[in-house]
Design a protein around this ligand. Structure first.
Ligand code: 3PG
Length: 204
């Protein structure tokens, strides 16, 4: 028996559009972001995927993404579990700053280290390692038991909380995760075995 894990990054947010570091700030989706969320919901439906359990973060852009996906999937009467453990990486003092302005001020390389290195946090914020330290225990405690039992679990969350999960599930090195990007609205789908380990990644 295998479980199915569907990870979906929220659709484009108002701050993605403005190119601002967002982290724990709380912008909503843009029109495009709403369309992306709906398209992913439609694609899951077209593939006959009906999740048993639904998780999201404590942030509006991920919650709204999940709501729109559910609408497209004609799934309206379900329990949604929202948890801060699935929130985006906290961007600390960078939150609200423009990413290009930050590159001008601190240099391309430093900003890339803050955005993509495994263990260097942005000033006052979380590294990917820090993010994983809250996201993974939640995943292990709440979600893995469901996957081991053969359930289908949908998680709508964020670029970096999902990168932390992807790193652990695929067993990627800090170097490999540095290059891994997840687009807005993009689904990543895994089959997970009864032992909780990755069986295969599935493309829609
Ligand atoms: O929080 C943010 O600014 C974005 O959602 C993710 O940012 P990143 O691409 O810099 O990791």
């Amino acid at each position: 028996m295998t479980g199915t894990l569907i990870l979906v990054r929220h659709g484009q947010s108002e701050w993605n559009l403005k190119n601002l570091f967002t982290g724990w700030r709380n912008p909503d989706l843009t029109e495009l972001g709403q369309t992306e969320a709906r398209a992913t919901g439609k694609a899951l439906k077209a593939h006959g995927i009906v999740p048993d359990l639904y998780y999201t973060s404590a942030l509006r852009r991920a919650q709204h993404t999940l709501d729109l996906m559910l609408e497209e999937m004609d799934i309206l009467n379900v329990t949604i579990t929202r948890n801060i453990a699935l929130n985006e990486r906290d961007y600390g003092d960078l939150s609200g700053l423009n990413k290009d302005d930050a590159r001008d001020k601190w240099g391309e390389e430093q900003v890339l280290v803050w955005r993509r290195s495994f263990d260097v946090p942005p000033p006052g914020g979380e590294s990917l390692k820090d993010t994983a330290a809250r996201t993974l225990p939640y995943y292990d405690a709440e979600i893995v038991p469901q996957l081991k039992a053969g359930k289908t679990v949908l998680i709508a969350a964020h670029g970096n909380s999902l990168r932390a999960l992807v790193m652990a599930i695929e067993g990627l090195t800090p170097d490999e995760i540095l290059k891994r990007e997840i687009g807005t609205g993009e689904p990543t789908i895994y089959k997970i075995g009864a032992d909780g380990a990755l069986v295969e990644r599935v493309e829609l």
